[in-house]
Design a protein around this ligand. Sequence first.
Ligand SMILES: Cc1cc2nc3c(=O)[nH]c(=O)nc-3n(C[C@H](O)[C@H](O)[C@H](O)COP(=O)(O)OP(=O)(O)OC[C@H]3O[C@@H](n4cnc5c(N)ncnc54)[C@H](O)[C@@H]3O)c2cc1C
Ligand code: SF4
Length: 463
Amino acid sequence: MPLKRVDKTPMPERDAVLRSHDFIEVNEGYNIQRARFEAERCLRCQDPVCIDGCPVKIPIPDFVHAIAAGDMPGAAKILRAANPLPAICGRVCPQESQCEEKCHVGTRFIPVAIGYLERFVADWEMGQPPGEEPAQPTRPEKVAIIGSGPAGLVCAGELARLGHPVTIYEGLHAPGGVLRYGIPEFRLPKGILDWEIEQLKRLGVKIECNVIIGKTILLDDLFDEMGYSAVFVGTGAGLPQFMGIPGENLNGVYSANEFLTRVNLMNANQFPEADTPVMVGKSVAVIGAGNTAMDTVRVALRVGAEKGMIVYRRSDKEMTARIEEHEHAIQEGVEFHWLTNPVEILGNEDGWVTGLKCVRMELGEPDDSGRARPLPIEGSEFIMPVDNVVLSIGNRPNPLLLQTTQGLESNKKGCLIVEDETAQTSLRRVFAGGDAVTGAATVILAAGAGKSAAATIHEDLCA
Ligand SMILES: Cc1cc2nc3c(=O)[nH]c(=O)nc-3n(C[C@H](O)[C@H](O)[C@H](O)COP(=O)(O)OP(=O)(O)OC[C@H]3O[C@@H](n4cnc5c(N)ncnc54)[C@H](O)[C@@H]3O)c2cc1C
Ligand code: SF4
């Protein structure tokens, strides 16, 4: 089929000046005309390499062709069979380094907007009457899920569909993991997450919040005292890392996790109507350049900072944030200080942050991560006046379960060790997946791990 258009159909988005003061979603989504127009750009290749780029192997040309043909129920069915969280992944997946990176159209032109099309179909589906009938458990073996991020939610849904009674235990007061407390409303409206959780409840999944496994209940007790036959650990990687530089204990320094949780989960942007504040001055420096850093600096602008800055020791080529988030941050007025490494956070006599001492960097040979190694330039220190510093330099799994569960094994980064084939940990019938196993990764990888673990748990329990 000849290629008709080289450019992808633009995604309508809200005005940058208006949106940088509120939390309403930035991307407005395709309408049906735009979606069909874009879907027609797909060549339906004999060798659909886009599928190779998708971690859960969505049959991309099939669902895209169904859109082009105006068959939305068909497109939704194909999509959801492969990806249990399409409305979420259509918004937050790094498509530019997955399916769209591989797309044949992209070798000469702009690749097919697979992510935008995924989002369109999933949003269409949410507007339809509920399809799947509430399930009744058909199996006696109960399964406990620890953590309600994408890994836990997907694992729970799949197991419920397979007939198991399932309960999710979540330490926070609301379910969703990073999808609720990390990714802000202007990228992922909470109504979408709530809709997905509602579908799980219709399937019979029970969710108990404010229960920390390893503290409120021990993992072993889930088997011995509560009668579960298997446990899936989807506890994520929510433990923030710090740089270890002087001044990290000053007032006005946050980890990105704390900063985002205060706003996204505790509604600090509505303080004093909400109980939790977030103390933001005129100028906020966020250290790091991943998705979390980009979310943090954009939230900082929305909660009152006049100046939001990204400070990163490498260049923009090495940043790990999605391209779209970087572009949106530029449009919203975020300043980028590339090749700049903080060495000290400065404060006044009252213990409040006043500045960030940095050193300029240059790039050397690649390091273990394959990225150019940043090296300090001697004598290049300078001071950046700031009121807040937010550290967004990575997260690790929380060690609580390891400390309270005998025989549960982890690697030196604190990630749970699992068998590749079965996702079983060092303990019989304790399975794990998502960031708790891989370290901080992506929503689709966590969802995919939850889905495949559910299949092996079911197989194991029914053997
Ligand atoms: C700010 C931010 C932005 C991101 N942006 C993107 C993006 O744009 N695209 C993308 O693909 N990925 C993104 N990610 C990464 C992605 O969100 C994670 O990879 C994904 O959420 C991991 O899912 P999970 O289910 O393994 O864990 P999580 O989502 O971390 O969920 C784990 C849950 O387990 C709970 N828990 C932990 N310990 C216990 C316990 N002992 N008992 C009970 N409950 C417990 C936690 O409270 C949490 O709710 C982002 C991450 C962050 C922090
Ligand atoms: S590689 Fe691109 S053009 Fe080919 S089937 Fe996949 S989405 Fe369509």
